[in-house]
Write a protein that binds this ligand. Structure first.
Ligand SMILES: Cc1ncc(COP(=O)(O)O)c(C=O)c1O
Length: 473
């Protein structure tokens, strides 16, 4: 059970559940495309720092952080005051130069490694990550004259029709006609579930070999390749960090062949993995870095690409969008970078990342439903499995997510089989709240084990259950 001192404030759940009524109305008024409340059935009334409050005034520790857009939690006081002051000054300015925008660009450029910083220019895109991916891909197509883009199995790059064509989840696109042609998917270094079915001991990073071979094969089937796009930790794909050799070999091959490498840092960027950008841990200098989510620090939408100057190929208006001038995001984003430097936020990410991962590993060691704990920095995940067959279990992952919610911790579920518990705390999370999250997870996992025993029996005939299709992949 949770210790008394660590209990969140769940005392005010009195009588009528306001969440339920609001969720019902949401169902009537809004599209069926609404997704988060189907797994986390609450309505959010307010939020502060690492906490969210629902309509029943229940308090939750937020380890989802708006899908990674809130690196300092909700409503950081300094960012809020800068944003409020900016409202009085100027709010929208298309792509004109403004003081807030100049400061934002300077601050964010200053976070690139010094040795390569001067090689890059930026383009501020329309405010979603997907639009920045679109800009990156277009730039590569115009620059190279190529038509084909290589992506990876397990990738997620957005939901527009262009970015969907580069994302691997078949269920999201199987019934969408005419999405952009020319996308190819190669195996990613997902070692916990090797796409080439190799044991680690006999593996010579064959996924990198597969890539190299497909690039040189006269019968690969590709037309002219415009770019390769990659996440260094696949987020939506299930928190899968790429093997270093996989990445460096691909980067080296692309350099030789003069094919641009786009690294999608929309989720991994701004300190999430323990370096400002994840590519720093891989010793590569991407041709294009795509960033969005946490750039403003406060959740105000903004997206951009950093691209090597020699790629310059656009003419005025080649990639536009009305909302490229969000001055609130610019002002807050510049202040966020200043704060991140001043408070040495990366040290906190690394220290808390270790503490959290150790806690997850301890929980994993004494329970049968956790198949793998993985991730970098404060981008962590736990693969939830059926205890006997060790098959990924969306049913148990969903159950665990619900139990954590009931105990006051908001988590996301993702991954190929919807069986990965995704953990994305604020980057300034305290030791006390990491300890609390571990305690809640410990309890939620214990309850999930009980549920697994209830569903499948302690020594159940798993084959029978699998054949019923209850949770098999
Ligand atoms: C790696 C990655 N790329 C692209 C996107 C798309 O960003 P947006 O939802 O802002 O369009 C996401 C969103 O989760 C992402 O994680």
């Amino acid at each position: 059970m949770l210790s008394e001192k660590n209990k969140l404030n769940h005392s005010s759940l009195i009588g009528f559940d306001k969440n339920k009524a609001i969720l019902l109305k949401q169902g009537e008024q809004e599209s069926l495309a609404v997704s988060y409340p189907t797994r986390l059935p609450i309505a959010i009334a307010s939020a502060n720092g690492p906490y969210i409050y629902d309509e029943n005034k229940r308090q939750y520790l937020d380890f989802l952080t708006g899908a990674g857009v809130l690196p300092l939690g909700h409503g950081h006081p300094l960012l809020k005051s800068v944003a409020k002051a900016q409202i009085d000054e100027l709010v929208h300015a298309l792509d004109f130069s403004t003081p807030a925008k100049r400061k934002f660009i300077d601050e964010h450029l200053s976070m690139l490694p010094e040795s390569i910083r001067d090689q890059y220019k930026v383009q501020i895109c329309a405010p979603t990550g997907a639009d920045a991916v679109e800009a990156a891909v277009k730039l590569c197509k115009v620059h190279t004259g190529g038509s084909e883009i290589i992506s990876f199995q397990g990738a997620y790059h957005g939901c527009t029709q262009g970015t969907l064509s580069l994302s691997s989840d078949r269920s999201m696109k199987i019934d969408i006609a005419n999405i952009v042609e020319g996308s190819h998917f190669l195996p990613y270094s997902a070692c916990h579930d090797c796409p080439l079915d190799l044991e680690r001991a006999s593996c010579k990073v064959n996924c990198a070999y597969f890539f190299e071979k497909s690039m040189s094969d006269t019968h690969s089937g590709y037309k002219k390749i415009a770019a390769v796009i990659m996440e260094l930790v696949q987020g939506e794909g299930g928190v899968i960090p790429a093997e270093k050799e996989f990445v460096t070999r691909i980067a080296a091959q692309l350099k030789t062949e003069k094919i641009p490498l786009i690294i999608d840092e929309i989720q991994t960027g701004c300190g999430r993995t323990g370096t400002w950008y994840a590519f720093e841990q891989y010793g590569i200098a991407p041709d294009i870095i795509v960033a969005s989510k946490a750039l403003s620090g406060i959740g105000a939408p903004v997206a951009m690409i950093f691209y090597k100057k020699e790629l310059e190929a656009f003419t005025p208006g080649k990639h536009i969008g009305t909302f490229r001038g969000n001055q609130i995001a610019f002002a807050a984003g510049a202040e966020f970078v200043r704060l991140a430097k001043q408070t040495d936020i990366l040290s906190n990410v690394n220290e808390m990342g270790i503490q959290l991962k150790l806690g997850l590993q301890e929980i994993s060691a004494k329970n049968t439903v956790i198949g793998d704990v993985r991730g970098l920095g404060l981008m962590l995940g736990m693969e939830i499995v059926e205890p006997h067959s060790k098959e990924s279990s969306p049913i148990l992952a969903n159950y665990l997510q619900r139990k954590a919610l009931e105990l006051g911790l908001i988590l996301e579920v993702g991954g190929r089989h919807n069986a990965v518990i995704r953990i994305l705390p604020p980057l300034n999370i305290s030791q006390k709240n990491v300890a609390l999250a571990i305690e809640i997870l410990d309890e939620a996992v214990a309850r999930t084990v009980k549920q697994a025993e209830h569903l499948y029996g302690k020594e159940a005939d798993v084959v029978t259950k699998v054949s019923k299709g209850a949770y098999k992949r």
